[in-house]
Design a protein around this ligand. Structure first.
Ligand code: PCA
Length: 325
């Protein structure tokens, strides 16, 4: 396919004699709604790339799981079904524990700490992606993760038996350790799952609760700042290597801008969406000391489990992060 497009581009250039008259389209599958910060940021990234390459590369975003469901995006890009894509990387912790480093409970709980963690973890994750035929372009953290319920919850024992929507290994494990019942559901299906009672609770940012208008089904959001997971934009390696150096560096520049802009957008979206939940009628507050204490104990267990599974590389990254404090 790509060779074909390149050939057509070359023919068009010869025929007309101007640069970049035929664009190469890069479809970019994404899992979250078009109005979400990650999707809006990627749309700006796409327009930056179009400008910087004189229209030679036209990235077209496909939000909300419309091209591939979230869980299929990474494989689609690895195998070249899509040249570029965005994925919540911790959802792939089952492939390698390093992918779940951003979802270790209470390891990095603020944007600043999370960025420090990513400074040491990012290169290791990029290397791992490279070994899977993926080229890391940029990534952006979600706002801190809190707990959603449809009644008041003051302790871990209050959570017993609740049907809990999970989105990665860590969220499923959290459910198990708190006595809840995990069910894996894509963000695009979340409102529906809550409305039908398939799920009655979940952990996420204010952003996803706001995007999914969860006040229609739920009543409480507890700020626990458990972790900040990350979405990564990556390209298929062959598609990437098919680009000339100038094009690659133009895309890298746009990616560097997107990383910075995305971080600012995510920070701003945090309070905006918590206010949005309140406007929708939800009670938004910090979790009680008792609940936090119970969650921290579970966090310690999960940290130990992660370290055990992640081996030497994982341990080194955590140590480098902790000693940078
Ligand atoms: N929203 C995504 C992942 C993390 C977040 O804040 C979700 O709930 O699927």
């Amino acid at each position: 396919m790509r060779t074909m497009t390149t050939l057509m581009t070359a023919t068009a250039l010869t025929a007309v004699g101007v640069s970049a008259i035929t664009a190469e389209t890069w479809d970019l599958p994404m899992a979250y709604p078009a109005t979400n910060i990650h999707s809006e940021n990627a749309a700006e990234f796409a327009s930056c790339v179009a400008d910087a390459t004189d229209g030679a590369i036209e990235i077209v975003t496909h939000p909300n799981g419309s091209l591939f469901a979230g869980n299929d995006i990474k494989r689609a890009v690895q195998t070249g079904q899509a040249p570029i894509g965005e994925r919540l990387i911790s959802a792939h912790q089952n492939e390698n524990p390093l992918f779940g480093i951003d979802s270790i409970p209470f390891l990095a709980t603020s944007f600043d700490d999370h960025e420090e963690l990513w400074e040491v973890a990012g290169p290791a994750v990029a290397e791992l992606l490279d070994s899977q035929n993926l080229v890391y372009l940029y990534s952006v953290a979600w706002p801190p993760q809190g707990l959603y319920f449809k009644r008041e919850i003051n302790s871990v024992s209050d959570m017993e038996g609740i049907r809990f929507r999970s989105y990665n290994t860590a969220t499923a494990r959290l459910a198990e350790l708190t006595g809840m019942r995990p069910v894996q559901i894509e963000a695009a299906e979340l409102s529906q799952a809550l409305a039908t009672g398939v799920a009655e609770s979940f952990i996420s940012s204010g952003a996803t609760g706001y995007d999914s208008q969860v006040w229609e089904s739920l009543t409480h959001f507890y700020e626990v700042d458990a972790w900040l997971p990350r979405n990564i934009i990556f390209a298929n390696k062959q598609a990437w290597e098919g680009l000339d150096e100038d094009t690659q560096s133009a895309i890298r520049d746009c990616a560097a801008e997107a990383k910075e802009r995305g971080l600012e957008m995510s920070k701003e979206y945090t309070n905006f969406t918590l206010d949005g939940l309140r406007d929708g009628g939800m009670i938004v507050q910090r979790a009680s000391d008792e609940l936090m204490e119970g969650l921290r104990e579970i966090g310690d267990t999960m940290t130990e489990e992660w370290l055990e599974s992640a081996g030497e590389t994982g341990r080194e990254v955590i140590e480098a992060y902790r000693s940078a404090d």
